[in-house]
Every structure is written in C-alpha cells, then in structure tokens.
Design a protein around this ligand. Structure first.
Ligand code: UT7
Length: 332
C-alpha cells in the first residue's frame, strides 16, 4: 500500500572531525609547495586526519551518535541507514553495514550511496524518496570519508586539498523539524574520467604490486582547471534549480551551504549568482575537501552556530566525481 507521507523533516544534525591535524606546513614537508600557494589557490589552511584504526564507519558512528542524541532517537528506532562514501571501510560489506553493526541498529536496513562529493545530497534524496513511498519513521543519513588515505602524497596538484571527517542527519516523518522541500540530482558519466580513483575496482583487480606501485588506488584529478570551470557552472545552475517552481527566488534564501571543493570555486559561483559571501557557508580553511562529508559538516556547524533561524530557506549544493551534482532545498 502506498504511504500517505508527503513531508520529510531533518530532525537533527551531527558531525565529527578526527583530532589529527595536517597543516599546510606539514604538507610542504612532503611536496614542493607552500602555505601561501595552498591558501591562495584553494583556501585550505589545514585538514583533519583519522587515526590509523579509524575507518569511515567509525567517523560516521561519532557523527551519527551526536545527531541521534539531539533527535532523541535510539539505534532501535532507526528504520533505514543510508551512508554516502567513496572511502568505505570495505567494498563488501558496505560502509553502512559496518555502521549499522556499530550502532546496534538491528531493525534498520542499510546501504551505501556512491556519488563522490555530491554523495550526501544523493543519500538525502534517496532517503527522502524511500520515506515518501515506504513511510519509514526514522532514517539516518550519514556521509563519511577518509580521504587522506587515498592520496598520492607526491601529487602536489591534488593531495593538498583533502581531509577526513563525517556528518549525519536524522530524518523523520514527524512534523517539527526542518523540511526537505525538494532535491535535484544530476550525473554525467562521460565527464567522469577527469576525477577518479582507478584502482580497487573490477577494472584493475586483482590488485597487483604493479598497480600499487603505479598508485592506481589513489585519487586522480586529471584536469583540475577544467573541473574548476565545470564546477562553478554546475554549482550556480543547481542553486537556481533549487528555488525554481518553489515560489521563491535566490534572494529569499538565507544560507547556501556548498560542497567545499575550493574556496575560489565557491567565490566564483556566488559572484555569478550575485550572492554575497555572507550568505555562503565556508569552512574549507579548517577541513579541506572531505568529499561527501563536507555538506553535512557545514550544515551541522551552521545549525549549531545560530546562522539559521526557524522558517528560513537553506540550499545544500554539491558537485563532484562521476560527474555528479545536485541540490536540496530546506525550509529551516
Ligand atoms: O570536490 C570535487 C570537485 N573538485 C574540483 O573540481 C577541483 C577543481 N580544481 C581545483 O580546485 C584546482 O584546479 C586545483 C586546486 C586542483 C589546482 O589549482 P589551479 O589554480 O587550477 O592550479 P593549476 O593546476 O593551474 O597550476 C598552476 C600552477 C602550475 O605551475 P605552472 O605550470 O603554471 O608553472 C602548477 O605546477 O601551480 C603549480 N602548482 C603548485 N604550486 C605549488 C600546482 N600545485 C601546486 C602546489 N604548490 N601544491
């Protein structure tokens, strides 16, 4: 029987950043670069690093526990767990299965969503649709990445960008939270070849000494400049699409919370849209690019720093490998 559920709410948010800090000065000990270059070209000042025994599900666990505590939701209450990640603990079981076990969420169904830096928005959209069809009452959407572990620390055009961390939200069908009004998702498989992790999948298995020596298991950004330009356009288009047909315009939106890929990308798309940077959340200076986890971490920080008041409009927006991009419009 089709569910009667029409509205989905974010009940709470949580995030977790591991304690280890890698400064630009630390990076400059590994490769020929400087704090000045990294700050000017990317906005990153430092990034976090997970402990050797912390995998993606461990970071997600901490973020999820915070969100669940705030929502007053226990592990037994969870019906569904969606985890966005491109750095799962293992490819099988899925990262979400590990998280389910660590939470003790025995009733929940759990699975991963893979959409690189847009992963959280894809996960949110999938969860929202599940809830509208099947009527699940409490759903956890987590995004978690250990990006420092998939870097080629000799690739100076890329390794400077990335960090580790996790964010999570509890969704509910109960009114009273922050409504997920609309989500929009897009992909372009043809464009995906410029931002990829070639090793570890069936195209390169079995993993050989040779594939490891060639660092095929690490993240490659082949034409960063090109990606940069595409990203600016996709971010801008997605923000416009988020408000389209909703009876509001961008000037009614209190806060845009973008994926933190590069400060210059964020500034460029905000300028293109004529949106002042005061209405755009930036934390790339502290954490770098944490792929799927940047959006829920920035959302959690904005929510808990009093930057959003009840009833205000918020856009979550991301672009990443795949290529993938999309938005979520939230009524806070
Ligand atoms: O999250 C998913 C989406 N992310 C993206 O789409 C990322 C988009 N791309 C970017 O953020 C930027 O393109 C990068 C940060 C990856 C690179 O910045 P850029 O301003 O595009 O630099 P570039 O690759 O054009 O390189 C400019 C110069 C080059 O020197 P020459 O050839 O002009 O002499 C590089 O060799 O900067 C040099 N360079 C560096 N110098 C010092 C590149 N990396 C470094 C470095 N330190 N780390």
């Amino acid at each position: 029987m089709e569910s009667e559920v029409k509205r989905i709410f974010i009940k709470s948010t949580g995030s977790y950043l591991p304690e280890g800090v890698i400064t630009n000065q630390d990076v400059a000990k590994l490769i020929h670069t400087s704090d000045e270059w990294i700050k000017t070209r990317t906005g990153v000042e430092e990034r976090r690093r997970a402990l050797p025994d912390q995998a993606a599900s461990d970071l997600a666990l901490e973020a999820s526990k915070k969100a669940m505590k705030e929502a007053g939701v226990t592990a037994e209450d969870l019906d569904l767990i969606v985890m966005a990640t491109i750095t799962p603990d293992t490819h099988c079981p899925a990262g979400a299965n590990w998280l389910e076990a660590k939470l003790g969420a025995a009733r929940a169904v759990s699975f991963d969503v893979t959409a690189a830096c847009s992963g959280f928005i894809f996960g949110l959209s999938v969860a929202e649709k599940f809830m509208k069809v099947d009527g699940q009452r409490y759903v956890l959407v987590a995004a978690s990445e250990v990006m420092t572990r998939v870097q080629d620390w000799t690739d100076r055009k890329n390794c400077i960008l990335w960090g580790d961390g996790a964010g999570a939200v509890v969704l509910s069908t109960e009114p009273g939270g922050h409504e997920v009004v609309a989500t929009h998702l897009h992909t372009d498989g043809e464009g995906g070849k410029t931002l990829l992790m070639p090793g570890g999948g069936s195209a390169t298995t079995p993993i050989t000494h040779e594939s490891v020596d060639e660092k095929r298991h690490t993240l490659k950004m082949l034409r960063g400049n090109e990606s940069f330009r595409v990203a600016v356009n996709r971010f801008a288009e997605s923000c416009l699409e988020a408000v389209e047909g909703q009876g509001i315009s961008l000037s009614d939106v209190k806060l845009i919370i973008p994926h933190q890929a590069n400060l210059r990308i964020i500034q460029a798309f905000a300028k293109k849209l004529g949106v002042s940077m005061e209405r755009v959340v930036v934390n790339i200076n502290k954490y770098g690019n944490i792929s799927s986890a940047t959006v829920p971490i920035a959302l959690d920080e904005a929510a808990h720093s009093g930057r959003i008041e009840k009833g205000e409009w918020v856009i979550l927006v991301a672009f990443g490998g795949g290529l993938t991009w999309g938005s979520a419009l939230i009524r806070w």
